[in-house]
Design a protein around this ligand. Structure first.
Ligand SMILES: Nc1nc2c(c(=O)[nH]1)N[C@H]1C(S)=C(S)[C@@H](COP(=O)(O)OP(=O)(O)OC[C@H]3O[C@@H](n4cnc5c(=O)[nH]c(N)nc54)[C@H](O)[C@@H]3O)O[C@H]1N2
Ligand SMILES: Nc1nc2c(c(=O)[nH]1)N[C@H]1C(S)=C(S)[C@@H](COP(=O)(O)OP(=O)(O)OC[C@H]3O[C@@H](n4cnc5c(=O)[nH]c(N)nc54)[C@H](O)[C@@H]3O)O[C@H]1N2
Ligand SMILES: [Mo]
Length: 787
């Protein structure tokens, strides 16, 4: 083990070198024309390539066949549901699922020897892509204060260190417990139970950066914070509108549902600044004749909205619907539904009178003709389903945008009917289950009362920190300890430099992981890495194979059972991590029998059944084919809203002023086809035709000409939010089909530009797709040289 000056700098928590970002690489960017369809036969080829690349042909190949199959395990990638009737015998997976699996099923691993040879400084010099490729973490690791290298530690000692820190805090609220959305229902339950018995509601989670906006808005306007549709509704729909979501990359199995809906006669409308391949066309990767068949055209109408232009667009559609109704009274709006099930319509109709269509068309960047075409498509149909993703939820006015999505559907009486409703497309495979099982910094009084009466300890009542509040509290040193159940909090969070400083102020950071990520390199004064078995691996407890369960995007709870041997004998499962931590920290203080949970997960499910509505006969129903649905009142046509109890609410919202200076642009941060959030699988974005580079900024041709830029130019992106200069240096300009004044970059490279104060109103999420930026030629002195 050698150390040098740089190691010491990294180890010094007051150092200004947070190692929060990899060195900026300049690769040989290739830009080809983007694809007009997604998930064709090549996707299967790419899936297999991933297994080969990750050294996981045997392990991965075996697992692929069991993924999303009855008796198998839930795909660790996204939260899209599995079809009940048509699961392919080849395995129900897509390219993204195969990549996610190849990532965790790799036979490469790193342990004590690796960490002895590689100091934190050495590791910080590698790109996120390289770090992602190192392999699975094989044993628990500990970093002492001032340490330059992680060292092996036993599980016993690791839990003792956690206990010592937590029990030394002045208040339980000096600790926070983060969750990334892969954690199973069973692990979730014991994890939140432990933290609440310890005494805090500090549960920031990935949802606070993802669909918090959807939950917040939907709870307030229809009475439930989840989507109202089932998978079958896609097959029965007459019109499917996809707004701010990229299914071809992020939920490829959704394409099969779209294709099936389309074959049954549905029209598809896409609203997105980018003409994403997966919105335009589809070839079924699992159909043997796919190579021969022409791709199925998906979108009947594509509206290239400006970034954040959706509010103006949605308003225009509502106005045009009222116009259509005036032309054909009684034929367009569902007056009976509006009268019986909703409130607030008259105020909305009144408000809409003030807008001029020309202004709205200008504000959203879509021509009046196209807006009329869209309105007519909606006017003539009843079974309308609207799906959305991060393009909406990560806008500063995302809550209000969702209110307007709901306005449209309520006008048509399209929520709570077959083939119609709202569909926020969730991200992580169990993010919805985490929230159902109380990973929630603001649980309801009823939920807490139930916990308290069932378990008999004093449940903390004060609301806790979400992600943004947690970061601020860490900065102010009000938080001293952070535990992360999965994820990469540092790189997922906004304002990378600020977040790195916040991390380094912690007394201790503990991250439960399967692979190394940047958050292990930017840590508290002491740090622990606790490696666990993955979703695809066998979870053996006392010689008996356990199964866990997850909730998908449509509220179905299904069981999941791993099939592979764990990659290392030192790994334990997340449920045991939470229980053993509880035992070490609470000891005799605890009123809960943690061994009962550790011995059988059935015991956990028995408790959940008693505490959370909708889980009756949990153990019995979860192992049935297809699992079971949680109740959903709005799906059954029963609404509730904050302003009008017992009814769904129409909402009146303002249109933001997005006037930009000449050299100013709006920037969105999106995913490439080769990443799962902060885990970088490769350097290509195949569908968009961008290869071998991630530090790119997609720009409109006219904007480039105006700014005197050409494709391939090196630029720095910067802004001055709250008076601080934030710079993302060395990006490459790529000419792209995107509306003028809108630009797109990739996450997490561009997170440095998202101010901690740039948040979604109400939901308090980072507004990572609404970032004002300026662009200038690259200054070479900004090239990153650590040390
Ligand atoms: N392979 C893969 N699958 C994934 C993930 C992954 O990283 N990789 N991540 C998972 C997670 S956690 C999540 S939350 C989901 C995310 O899945 P998505 O919601 O699809 O997320 P993004 O790729 O960030 O962006 C979605 C779309 O928003 C568009 N957009 C940007 N700004 C605007 C705007 O102002 N208006 C409109 N209308 N559209 C806009 C972008 O062009 C992009 O097509 O995917 C999940 N599945
Ligand atoms: N600018 C910008 N920022 C964003 C977004 C954006 O669109 N733009 N998207 C946001 C969204 S939608 C989300 S959901 C967040 C994601 O935030 P996170 O969920 O925190 O991040 P991930 O990158 O998904 O986490 C990856 C890590 O999870 C660990 N992991 C993987 N599987 C397991 C497992 O089974 N168990 C355990 N314990 N660990 C595991 C691995 O070690 C891996 O390194 O990022 C958000 N940040
Ligand atoms: Mo997400």
């Amino acid at each position: 083990m050698k150390t040098n000056e740089n190691d010491k700098k990294i180890a010094d928590p007051t150092s200004l070198l947070p190692a929060a970002e990899p060195p900026h690489q300049l690769l040989d960017l290739k830009h080809k024309s983007p694809k007009s369809w997604a998930a064709g036969a090549p996707a299967v080829k790419h899936s297999v390539e991933q297994l080969v690349k990750n050294d996981s042909v045997l392990r991965g190949g075996k697992a692929l066949f069991a993924m999303n199959q009855f008796g198998g395990f839930d795909c660790p990638s996204c939260a899209w549901p599995d079809p009940d009737d048509e699961r392919s015998r080849l395995g129900e997976y897509c390219e993204s699922g195969a990549k996610a699996l190849a990532e965790e099923a790799t036979s490469k691993k790193i342990g004590a020897d690796f960490f002895k040879e590689n100091s934190l400084y050495d590791l910080s010099q590698r790109s996120d892509y390289e770090i992602s490729q190192l392999g699975r973490i094989a044993e628990p690791m500990y970093l002492p204060q001032g340490g330059t290298h992680y060292q092996p530690i036993s599980w016993e000692r690791a839990f003792a260190k956690i206990a010592e820190k937590l029990n030394g805090l002045a208040s339980p609220n000096e600790a926070i417990f983060y969750t990334s959305g892969r954690t199973s229902n069973e692990a979730t339950w014991v994890y939140q139970l432990f933290a609440r018995e310890f005494g805090t509601n500090n549960f920031p989670d990935c949802s606070n950066m993802c669909h918090e906006t959807s939950g917040y808005a939907l709870t307030r306007c229809i009475g439930i914070g989840k989507g109202t549709v089932k998978l079958e509704d896609f097959y029965d729909s007459e019109l499917i509108i996809i707004i701010g979501q990229n299914p071809g990359t992020n939920s490829p199995r959704m394409l099969s549902a779209l294709a099936r809906g389309k074959k049954n006669g549905a029209k598809i409308m896409a609203i997105n600044p980018l003409p994403e391949a997966g919105l335009m066309g589809f070839k079924d990767p699992q159909s043997p004749s796919a190579l021969l068949r022409k791709p199925l055209e998906l979108s009947d109408l594509y509206l290239p909205v400006k970034i954040n232009g959706d509010m103006a667009l949605l308003k225009a559609l509502q106005i045009l619907l009222l116009e259509e109704e005036a032309k054909n009274p009684g034929k367009v709006l569902d007056h009976e539904f509006i009268a019986n099930k909703t409130a607030g319509f008259d105020d909305l109709a009144e408000e809409l009178k003030q807008y001029d269509l020309n202004f709205l068309s200008e504000a959203c960047g879509v021509s009046i003709e196209k807006l009329r075409e869209a309105a007519q498509m909606i006017a003539a149909r009843k079974r309308i389903l609207i799906a959305w993703g991060m393009g909406i939820t990560q806008q500063h006015n995302g809550v209000e945008m969702i209110y307007n999505i709901v306005n449209l559907l309520l006008m048509k009486g399209s929520i709570g009917i077959k083939g119609g409703g709202v569909c926020p497309v969730r991200g992580h495979s169990n993010v919805q289950g985490n929230r159902t099982l109380l990973i929630n910094h603001h649980p309801t009084k009823e939920q807490l009362d139930k916990l308290e009466s069932f378990y008999g300890f004093n449940v903390p009542r004060a609301g806790g920190y979400d992600v943004v509040k947690a970061l601020k509290a860490m900065h102010e040193e009000k938080v001293k300890f952070m535990f992360c159940m999965g994820g990469n909090f540092l790189s997922a969070a906004p304002d990378t430099t600020y977040s790195a400083e916040a991390m380094r102020k912690l007394e201790m950071s503990v991250i439960v992981s399967i692979k190394l990520n940047r958050n292990h390199l930017v840590h508290g004064k002491e740090a622990l890495i606790l490696p666990v078995i993955s979703r695809s691996e066998k979870d053996l407890v006392n010689g008996e194979l356990q199964h866990v369960s997850t909730e998908n995007s449509m509220g179905v709870i299904e069981s999941s059972r791993g099939v592979l041997e764990p990659i290392s004998e030192h790994l334990i499962n997340e449920t045991h991590v939470a229980c053993r931590m509880a035992k070490a920290v609470l000891g005799e203080r605890s009123v809960i029998d943690w061994d009962r949970f550790m011995n059988s997960y059935d015991a956990i499910r028995e408790d959940v059944e008693q505490c959370i509505p909708g889980f009756e006969r949990y153990n019995e129903r979860v192992v049935q084919k297809g699992g079971f649905y949680l109740p959903n009142a709005a799906r059954d046509g029963k609404f509730n809203s904050e302003p009008y109890p017992g009814k769904a609410a129409f909402n009146v919202t303002p249109i933001p002023d997005n006037t930009l200076a000449d050299d100013e642009y709006l920037m969105g941060t999106t995913r490439t086809h080769d990443q799962f959030n902060t885990v970088i699988y490769g350097l290509d974005d195949r569908y968009r035709g961008i290869f071998n580079e991630r530090r790119v900024v997609m720009m409109n041709e006219k904007d480039m000409a105006k700014a005197g830029l050409k494709e391939g130019d090196k630029v720095d992106l910067f802004n001055y939010d709250d008076g601080i200069e934030r710079v993302a240096p060395l990006f490459i300009v790529v000419k792209y089909s995107i509306p003028q004044k809108s630009t797109m970059t990739y996450f997490p490279e561009a997170n440095v530009l998202v101010s901690i104060n740039n948040v979604v109103k109400g939901a308090n999420m980072p507004a990572s797709k609404y970032v004002k930026i300026n662009i200038r030629r690259h200054k070479p002195e900004l090239d990153k040289t650590i040390g």
